[in-house]
Design a protein around this ligand. Structure first.
Ligand code: GLV
Ligand code: MN
Ligand code: MN
Length: 409
């Protein structure tokens, strides 16, 4: 069994980095806060007896050798970057429990056939550049130079932020793991929903991950005087945007499974007495079924075009990222369920609504995920919470699952 106090104490200690006055955590990628979090995580990896290194996209990795150094590696991990004003468990739990299981293996002098590496992936959340899973794309070999042109709110590109932090954007290809060198990837994460809580269960085994499609809408109307322009003679970009946002809610709700969120919206020029001449907003659209999601996207875009035509404003849409939903490996699901049963836990299966790094790795290796119960299902919020006991249950299931995967078959 893992050391639950050590895991919990590290979770709490790491949670002090990037803490805001509001109580939430902001650790954007390549920021000083994220660097500080990675330095702290590197120190835990060293205490656990791991060989610590960083790859070309800034993934922080701790390696434990197996009996056969050349055997494909088993990867575990998650991320330590956060959303704006996020919680303390989304990401850190998976990184710290990965370190914890390897620390325990070292203390118990367990020898595995396969080497095991724990990874703290660079920028899973996509909060800074509206483009995420940078580290896992790097390992999968699918990260391309063009994608490094995505900008943050200050106009800094990913490539510039990488250079500033000491990485060479032209070397990202070096992070790619050749096919056949990774045996499996497993991640422990908080559920960020209410299924486990409703089932009164601490741990669940994930069946698949819904795919996030991120779009940007730009609507151009005409700015004008709020006092002198009659209501029937306006090209108000915001009123058109409001209609589209309502349409998004209606179309997503119709399916019963799709979720659509407008999380960013800017008005230009943004004056109290000026009709908005331009509006930009983002859409995050997800479903576990790609065809259903893409049909909803089509209906939204067609409806938005019609609405903008009626209002005599211009519409431009841009895809920021289109990630396919990812099924979890049935072999890993079976091993994880076996681990649950060994620990006296009911093996509950559930899907993931949130995106995770594992979805970038499906072409490289079998991928699996474990969830633990989230209090009230709250996440991406300072109130995000999972109990010490549930964290320990999740880490123990991860421990057994990884031991099975790292054993000679
Ligand atoms: C990450 O948490 C995401 O699902 O957007
Ligand atoms: Mn996460
Ligand atoms: Mn998240």
């Amino acid at each position: 069994m893992i050391n639950q106090d050590r895991l919990w104490n590290r979770l709490m200690e790491l949670g002090s980095i990037g803490k805001q006055a509001s109580g939430g955590i902001t650790r954007l990628s390549f920021s000083e806060e994220e660097r500080a979090a990675k330095r702290k995580v590197a120190s835990y990896m060293e205490e656990a007896g791991l060989t610590v290194y960083e790859d070309a996209v800034g993934n922080l990795i701790g390696r434990r050798e197996g009996r056969n150094q050349d055997a494909p590696v088993v990867l575990v991990g998650s991320h330590v970057d956060s959303v704006y004003n996020g919680g303390n468990f989304d990401g850190p739990l998976g990184v710290l429990s990965g370190i914890e299981i390897l620390h325990t293996m070292n203390e118990q002098e367990i020898v595995t056939e396969h080497p095991i590496e724990v990874v703290a992936f660079t920028d899973e959340e996509g909060a800074r550049f509206s483009f995420g899973m940078i580290g896992s794309r790097g390992i999968a070999g699918t990260l391309v130079r063009d994608q490094l042109q995505n900008k943050d709110q200050q106009g800094i590109t990913i490539a510039e932020a990488m250079s500033e932090a000491g990485y060479d954007p032209s070397a990202i290809g070096q992070a790619a793991r050749p096919k056949g060198t990774v045996k499996a990837y497993v991640e422990l994460h908080i559920e960020q929903g209410k299924i486990l809580e409703k089932r009164n269960a601490s741990v669940g085994v994930v069946t698949g991950i819904a795919g996030p499609l991120w779009l940007k809408f730009v609507i151009k109307g005409e700015a004008g005087h709020a006092g002198t322009t009659p209501m029937n003679d306006r090209n108000d970009a915001l009123v058109a945007a409001a209609g589209i946002i309502q349409l998004i809610e209606e179309e997503a709700a119709k399916t019963g499974s799709t979720v659509g969120t407008v999380g960013q919206l800017q008005l230009y020029p943004g004056g109290i007495n000026i009709i908005p001449g331009k509006v930009e907003f983002t859409l995050d659209l997800r479903d576990i079924d790609e065809a259903v999601r893409d049909k909803v996207e089509q209906r939204i875009v067609t409806g938005a075009e019609r609405l903008c035509e009626q209002r005599s404003v211009r519409l431009k849409t841009e895809v920021l990222q289109r990630v396919a939903p990812a099924p979890c490996s049935s072999v890993i699901q079976e091993k994880a369920k076996e681990a649950c049963v060994k620990l006296g836990l009911e093996p509950i299966s559930l899907p993931s609504g949130a995106g995770h790094d594992g979805m970038q790795l499906t072409e490289l290796c079998p991928m699996g995920m474990l969830f633990i119960r989230s209090k009230d299902g709250i996440s991406h919020n300072p109130a995000e919470w999972s109990s010490k006991e549930d964290c320990a249950d999740g880490a123990n299931v991860l421990y057994d699952t990884v031991l099975q995967l790292a054993t000679k078959e």
